[in-house]
Design a protein around this ligand. Structure first.
Ligand SMILES: Nc1ncnc2c1ncn2[C@@H]1O[C@H](COP(=O)(O)OP(=O)(O)O)[C@@H](O)[C@H]1O
Ligand SMILES: [Mg+2]
Length: 143
């Protein structure tokens, strides 16, 4: 695993304003991605966002792992201006994420992006060269 961070907008000189890590596209990796998210929120003093942010992280990491056929994926979490955070997951798989508007009632499948859309204030996908990124923004002030 590799992790990086930047200090550009950190609230104090000692706390990075973004963290990222990359892991192999294997089931166990979702746990590490979630841990990075929780650690970042704790470092920023907004651990109360942990449950929602970890759910988003695990759905997006799970999608990269299950659907992208990737070698590795990267999760980044950044503290933005105006009390928001951004969680992004990038992979190099072929297909684009597709939100299923009417998942099969009998099935657990097809709900992940619906959950992400419900939790996030904004979300989207972006393709740059071979990289596909699903990004989400969450307010740090939860209702
Ligand atoms: N990172 C990804 N790479 C490729 N396809 C994806 C990715 N994320 C989502 N998808 C596609 O979008 C669909 C919907 O995702 P989701 O709502 O999480 O449902 P589920 O993962 O249960 O199938 C997936 O079934 C898959 O076809
Ligand atoms: Mg999913």
């Amino acid at each position: 695993m590799t992790t990086t961070h930047t200090r550009a907008h950190a609230r104090t000189a000692d706390v990075p304003s973004s963290f990222s890590g990359s892991w192999p596209c294997e089931l166990e990796s979702a746990v590490y991605a979630k841990r990075l998210v929780r650690d970042a929120l704790t470092a920023w003093g907004i651990g109360q966002l942990g449950a929602d942010a970890a759910l988003v992280a695990s759905e997006l990491a799970g999608n990269a792992i299950q659907h992208a056929g990737c070698q590795s994926f990267r999760l980044s979490i950044a503290l933005l201006a105006q009390r928001r955070i951004r969680i992004s997951v990038s992979d190099q798989g072929g297909a684009l994420p597709e939100m299923l508007r009417a998942p099969d009632e009998e099935s657990e499948r097809g709900r992940g992006l619906l959950i992400v859309a419900a939790i996030a204030d904004r979300w989207g996908t972006e393709v740059v060269g071979p990289d596909k990124t699903v990004w989400t923004e969450l307010s740090t002030e939860r209702p």
